[in-house]
Design a protein around this ligand. Structure first.
Ligand SMILES: [Fe+2]
Length: 289
């Protein structure tokens, strides 16, 4: 495994996490989607199926329908789903999966007692672009599917192994499976451009002539599989070309805490509504005695 990882820049571990995680995450998304509709007063133009009547995986399309509708009506609220899911207890079971942790440490050349710091853990939701055309009319920005290196998208001066895993449903080529440039991790950081995109995240894209030098491999994956890849491996996610199936992918970065440059980032949480002082004043004003 390590020899192959060092040579190609990636390793796929098949069937490493249990199907029960997919099922739990499916229900989390549906539950949060339904409560988000209620909490944010989103007017759906259909009656979503009751969560009690859903069967996983038969009803994945019900979740697609709900998430696509929310994106089209109020695309900004999808951010709340992202930020809730990644701190949900089920998501943390994935991060806490001892088999995944073991491989991440082995690939970093660490001992089993070494500490790894999981950073930028997220489940990315990628709906087919055609299905969310109303979101673009509201001002949502189309995502760029550019070739990049993970080391550009993390804390400064760190050493990490990245993971990418399909969740809820398999990721086929049509769903926009991850693509990699085989062996591109061996030459350190490449020449890249810094692209600030209004209303979206900054894209740091490796120059095309460099990307063209490498063999590209598209990696369709089944739920349960996890792709581990080197921090310098050039990669990108593909376009979701399906008509109405959302792609769910779980990404995480496993940082080596013993690395000389490692300096843990400040955990900054910012309220989406009022600040602490305003909340304090509000609570006191509501006090009855
Ligand atoms: Fe990436």
């Amino acid at each position: 495994m390590i020899k192959n990882f060092n040579n190609c820049g990636y390793h796929i571990e098949k069937n490493i996490y249990p199907k029960s995680i997919d099922k739990e995450i499916f229900f989390i998304y549906y539950d949060l989607g339904i409560s988000l509709v209620r909490r944010n007063k989103i007017n759906l133009n259909f009656e979503p199926k009751k969560i009690e009547n859903l069967i996983y995986p038969n009803d994945i399309r019900e979740l697609d329908k709900l998430l696509i509708a929310i994106t089209n009506i109020d695309y900004k609220s999808i951010g709340e789903l992202y930020d809730t899911v990644c701190y949900s207890s089920t998501f943390l079971k994935f991060i806490g999966n001892s088999k995944i942790e073991k491989i991440a440490k082995e690939l970093l050349g660490l001992k089993n007692y070494s500490t790894v710091y999981c950073y930028l853990n997220r489940i990315l939701i990628q709906a087919p672009l055609e299905a969310i055309s109303s979101a673009f009319k509201q001002g949502a920005v189309k995502k760029v599917y550019g070739w990049h290196q993970e080391i550009m998208y993390t804390m400064p001066d760190t050493r990490l192994v990245a993971t990418w895993a399909p969740i809820i449903r398999d990721t086929t080529t049509e769903h926009g499976a991850i693509e990699i440039c085989k062996g591109s991790h061996k030459e350190g950081v490449f020449k890249a451009s810094w692209n600030e995109i209004k209303g979206s995240t900054t894209q740091i894209l490796v120059d095309e002539d460099i990307v063209n030098r490498y063999e590209k491999i598209t990696i369709p994956m089944k739920t349960g599989d996890v792709l581990f890849f080197h921090q310098n491996l050039i990669h990108r996610s593909g376009r979701n070309l399906t008509k109405e199936e959302v792609r769910f992918s779980l990404v995480a970065q496993w940082n080596d805490c013993s690395y000389i440059g490692f300096k843990v980032p400040l955990p900054v949480f910012k309220s989406r509504t009022i600040g602490a002082k305003e909340n304090f004043d509000k609570l006191l004003s509501q006090k009855k005695n």
